[in-house]
Design a protein around this ligand. Structure first.
Ligand SMILES: NC(=O)c1ccc[n+]([C@@H]2O[C@H](COP(=O)([O-])OP(=O)(O)OC[C@H]3O[C@@H](n4cnc5c(N)ncnc54)[C@H](OP(=O)(O)O)[C@@H]3O)[C@@H](O)[C@H]2O)c1
Length: 243
């Protein structure tokens, strides 16, 4: 099943830490041919010591850098839009600049990446876009409301691009984790899976053809509540917020 990654050329954003870095190692494990591992600061990335890795500078809010990377990475077959930002705070009192940044990175940055790579992926047949979204796209947790809105927007954009590219040989996946033990959740006392095991699960779900995946147990519980009745997930987040 994991053969689908064998010899593939992959580009990952935010590959220097967290889920992005774990995805690099998981993909190397499954025999990919090349990974463009991108980060907004090259010296933040490990050396990797694997000649399948090409390290590239990329801030996904910087159109110039996106254009440069797309010109280099013309053989990309799998684009993983992992880079993301989270500014905590609710809608009524949260920091507006933080909310704008979450939208700029998570929504507009990912859109810019999809626009730059759609022609490349369309000409490299049987290709994929994998967007790391969030379970917060389904219902807002008010303590991270700006982030949730940016991810809801990203989920919508992901589903639109899935249809837009359906006849061009590009499959578009949305991965919606619950809570994973990365810097994004620093300080949380929740019991969370680590990014390495999560990345393996993400790749298994993709290989199994799950277009909308929820890779972790907590996320799956939240998703099940939402599927049963959207107000059930809203109630769960209300309980968490007011606790
Ligand atoms: N952890 C969770 O519970 C969870 C749940 C659902 C979804 N997600 C999503 O999973 C993805 C990875 O998050 P993570 O948990 O691994 O968090 P993380 O450890 O905080 O990593 C975030 C990554 O995104 C990069 N990034 C931020 N802004 C960027 C920009 N403008 N251009 C390029 N890269 C940028 C960061 O680079 P720097 O090191 O330069 O800041 C870092 O590599 C994100 O999209 C996040 O929203 C995470």
């Amino acid at each position: 099943m994991m053969q689908i990654f064998k010899d593939k050329v992959v580009l990952i954003t935010g590959a220097n830490r967290g889920i992005g870095l774990s995805l690099v190692y998981a993909l190397l494990h499954y025999g990919v041919g090349k990974i463009y591992a991108t980060s907004r600061e090259l010296n933040k990335m490990p050396a990797f010591n694997d000649d399948r890795i090409v390290r590239l500078l990329l801030d996904i809010t910087d159109q110039q850098q996106i254009t440069t990377v797309a010109a280099i990475a013309q053989d990309t077959e799998i684009l993983i839009n992992n880079a993301g930002a989270l500014s905590p705070g609710n809608i009524l009192e949260g920091d507006l600049l933080g909310m704008e940044n979450d939208l700029e990175v998570n929504y507009f940055g990912t859109i810019k990446m999809m626009r730059a790579f759609a022609p490349i992926l369309s000409s490299n047949k049987s290709s994929m876009i994998i967007n790391i979204v969030s379970i917060a796209a389904y219902s807002p947790l008010p303590s991270i409301a700006g982030y949730a809105a940016s991810k809801a927007a990203l989920l919508s954009a992901t589903h639109s691009v899935r249809i837009e590219l359906a006849k061009k040989g590009v499959s578009v996946y949305a991965v919606n984790p619950g809570a994973i033990d990365t810097d994004m959740n620093k300080g949380s006392d929740w019991d969370m899976p680590d990014p390495d095991s999560t990345s393996m699960k993400i790749l298994e779900d993709i290989a199994a053809g799950k277009l909308d995946s929820v890779p972790d147990e907590m996320g799956q519980g939240m998703h099940a509540a939402w599927r049963e009745e959207p107000s059930k997930l809203a109630q769960l987040f209300s309980d968490l917020y007011h606790a």
